[in-house]
Design a protein around this ligand. Structure first.
Ligand SMILES: [Zn+2]
Ligand SMILES: [Zn+2]
Length: 266
C-alpha cells in the first residue's frame, strides 16, 4: 500500500503560510509521500478582495516556485494546481485562470457565503453571531453544490468547513450533504478528505464520518489533502484520514494530470 498524494498545500505568497515549496517537497520526501500537489489560493477578480489570496501578478512567481521544487526533488511527482474560491458570478474569471497554465487540477472551495463574509476566518468570527447556524450551513452547502455542478473543478475542498468553530445546527443536515454529494457524483467531481480540521476547533477531519460514508455509498471519488501552510504539515494525519476512508469502504483515490482523472489504490 502506498500513501495517497497530498493534493492541498500552500506557499508564502498567500501571506499566511511559511516555507517555500521546495521545503514542503523535502518534508514530503521525508514522510514517504511519492506525489504532492501545490494548490495555492487563486487570485480573486480584485487584488484587494481580501488579504489571503495571491495577486494575479504573482501567478508566475508561484509557478516558478513549484518548478524549483520539481528541480530540487526529481524523485517526487509534483502537481501544479490552484485552490479556487467558488463565488456565483465568478465563473468566467475562473475559466480565465484555467487557460493561463496547463494546471493539473483545480480544487473548488467555498469560504465565502456572501461577497464579504468568509465563514472560516477567525477575523470574521463575529459574522456567526447574528446568524442562525442552520441558515449558514444551508447557504454553505448550496454554494458547495453549485461548485460541484459548475464543471470548473476536479475536487472539492474541505466539504464541511462550516464546522470549523463547532457551531452546529440542531436541524438534521443530511439532506444538504446528500444534495452536494449527488451533484458531485453527477458531474464527475471528487471530494477531499482534509486533515486540517484536526488542527482547528472542531478537531475532526473535513468532512465528517457521516459525509464520508454517504460519499462512498453515492460513488463519489476522493482526494486527500493536508492543507499544509508550513512544511511540517505536509502529509499530516494521513494515517487517520486513510483509516477513515478505509473504514467506510474506500480503497482508491484520484490522481490528476492536466485536469484528467485516474484512480489509484492507496
Ligand atoms: Zn490558506
Ligand atoms: Zn480552504
Amino acid at each position: 500500500m502506498s500513501l495517497p498524494p497530498d493534493y492541498h498545500m500552500h506557499t508564502p505568497l498567500c501571506r499566511h503560510a511559511t516555507g517555500e515549496p521546495t521545503e514542503l517537497a523535502a518534508h514530503a520526501v521525508r514522510t514517504g509521500l511519492t506525489e504532492i500537489g501545490f494548490s495555492e489560493h487563486a487570485p480573486m477578480p480584485r487584488d484587494d478582495w481580501d488579504d489571503w489570496h495571491i495577486r494575479l501578478s504573482e501567478l508566475d512567481a508561484y509557478i516558478g516556485k513549484v518548478q524549483q521544487a520539481r528541480r530540487d526533488h526529481p524523485q517526487l511527482t509534483i502537481k501544479l494546481a490552484l485552490e479556487v474560491d467558488f463565488i456565483p458570478g465568478h465563473e468566467d474569471w475562473i475559466r480565465g485562470l484555467m487557460t493561463r497554465q496547463p494546471w493539473d487540477y483545480f480544487i473548488g472551495s467555498v469560504h465565502y457565503i456572501s461577497d464579504s463574509w468568509a465563514l472560516d476566518n477567525p477575523k470574521d468570527l463575529s459574522g456567526w453571531k447574528n446568524r442562525d447556524a442552520f441558515e449558514v450551513w444551508t447557504a454553505y452547502f448550496d454554494r458547495l453544490t453549485l461548485a460541484a455542478e459548475s464543471g470548473l473543478f476536479q475536487t472539492i475542498a474541505h466539504p464541511d468547513l462550516c464546522k470549523r468553530f463547532c457551531i452546529y445546527p440542531k436541524e438534521d443536515c443530511t439532506p444538504l450533504f446528500a444534495k452536494f454529494l449527488n451533484a458531485a457524483k453527477q458531474n464527475g467531481v471528487a471530494m477531499e478528505l482534509n486533515t486540517a480540521g484536526l488542527r482547528k476547533d472542531c478537531k475532526e477531519i473535513y468532512p465528517s464520518r457521516q459525509i464520508v460514508r454517504m460519499a462512498f455509498e453515492a460513488g463519489v471519488p476522493i482526494t486527500f489533502g493536508s492543507d499544509a501552510h508550513a512544511p511540517a504539515e505536509v502529509g499530516m494525519n494521513f494515517t487517520e484520514a486513510i483509516a477513515l476512508a478505509r473504514s467506510v469502504g474506500y480503497t482508491q483515490c484520484c490522481r490528476f494530470a492536466q485536469r484528467q482523472r485516474e484512480t489509484v489504490k492507496f
